[in-house]
Design a binder for this molecule. Structure first.
Ligand code: NAD
Length: 370
């Protein structure tokens, strides 16, 4: 049990795990007890940097400790479910990196385990804590755009396939390519703004025209070597058309590599009967990204609100600690992560089948398989 309003935490994974270390180190209600990771030099370096007393290699060692109340899990997607289930079994709260899991079935198991053990399950969709997203959500809730009948969410890279031959380009280890890596973030931003509308159906397509040829790595890194050991098994571009039950539609795009203007840009856009808005985060920009489109009198009026830069993971961690200590609702929740991965899963299925997939049918199928 957390004592004296302090939560004792462990961090598993030393890549994105560092964002968690930074977040916890900035919140006086957290005490970082240990880090785990297979890559010992990187783990040791982080332990030194953040003053963490203990390090471990395998995640099981960290979970076996009884002086840890909660864990952040930043490991390859294939390990999200097994690590989370083991953590709940060991009585820990879990903050999992995005995506919740590789697919809906794994996500369901995680949400059910959290419920069964009465523990908090949160998902690191930190981009929803951006200032532009908060303002857009507030404006949407105040009905400033009227009926929002169409929306877009995109994350398009010219060239930036993460580590070829690493777990990122393995279908088994990652569950997919840019759709499950980048698409999940912008889908979360959009669904969060729209108040998690129910989805009727999806039509998805995936392509792999660049990655399998060894091109599309980070700009300037040269052609990647493709071999039996270094495979490219996932898409490099995905797009989806999503029909909402309220009649609205969404266009989602995600690419690690595509012939477009140079950039690593993401955003969302709303089209409503009384107004619209776009967040266009070029190169991860945090400010100067939001534009609001309205009419005044008989002419158009665009506004560009002044924004402040916010540290995403720190805010998610703040909410996670609140949920553990005071029983407040965790946001982004495991259930939101599940809704997100259900959609991603259905989009991949639609791409495979070459036809539209109805979400309620997919949910029934996952339930049947359990
Ligand atoms: N929210 C974000 O913006 C963001 C950014 C990057 C990555 N991520 C997510 O974080 C997760 C990890 O991605 P990454 O880029 O850090 O990958 P990475 O390959 O850099 O790091 C993975 C870490 O997991 C550790 N690991 C693997 N197996 C382990 C085991 N059995 N026991 C203990 N540790 C183990 C590795 O040692 C390594 O430290 C992924 O789910 C990814 O989607 C999120």
């Amino acid at each position: 049990m957390p004592t004296n309003d302090v939560v004792r935490v462990g961090v598993i994974g030393s890549g994105a795990g560092e964002f968690h270390l930074k977040g916890y180190s900035e919140d006086s209600r957290a005490q970082i007890v240990a880090i785990a990771g297979l890559d010992t030099p990187r783990v040791e370096k982080l332990a030194q940097q953040y003053g963490v007393p203990d390090t471990h290699v395998e995640y099981q060692e960290l979970l076996a400790r009884d002086d840890i109340d909660a864990v952040s899990v930043a490991v390859p997607n294939i390990l999200h479910m097994p690590v989370a289930l083991a953590a709940f079994e060991a009585g820990k709260h879990v903050l999992i990196e995005k995506p919740l899991a590789r697919n809906a079935a794994e996500g369901v198991a995680m949400v059910e385990a959290a419920r069964a053990h009465n523990k908090v399950l949160g998902v690191s969709f930190q981009r929803r804590t951006r200032h532009d997203v908060a303002l857009l959500k507030e404006a949407y809730q105040k009905n400033e755009f009227g009926n929002v009948y169409y929306a877009k969410a995109w994350w398009m890279r010219r060239s930036g396939i993460p580590g070829l031959g690493s777990w990122f380009t393995s279908k088994e280890a990652a569950g997919g390519g840019p759709l499950i890596d980048l698409g999940v973030h912008v889908l979360d931003m959009l669904m969060y703004v729209l108040g998690n509308p129910e989805v009727h159906s999806v039509t998805g397509t995936t392509y792999a025209e660049i990655g399998p040829t060894g091109r599309g790595g980070w700009a300037g890194t040269g052609r990647m070597k493709i071999s039996d050991d270094q495979k490219y098994e996932v898409e490099d571009l995905a797009s989806a058309f999503i029909r909402l039950k309220n009649g609205g539609t969404v266009l989602l795009e995600a690419a690690w590599a595509s012939f477009t203007e140079m950039g690593d840009d993401f955003g969302i856009q709303l089209y409503g009967s009384e107004g619209g808005a776009r967040i266009n985060a070029k190169q991860y920009a945090l400010v100067d990204t939001l534009e609001i489109y309205k009419n005044i009198g008989d002419t158009t009026m665009d506004a560009k609100p002044r924004l402040v830069a916010r540290e995403g993971h720190a805010q998610v961690i703040h909410k996670f600690l609140d949920a553990i200590l005071y029983g407040t609702e965790m946001e982004p929740s495991g259930l939101e992560g599940l809704a997100n991965i259900r959609l991603i899963d259905a989009i991949y299925r639609s791409a495979e089948l070459g036809r539209e997939v109805i979400l309620d049918d997919e949910i029934a199928q996952v339930t049947e398989q359990e």
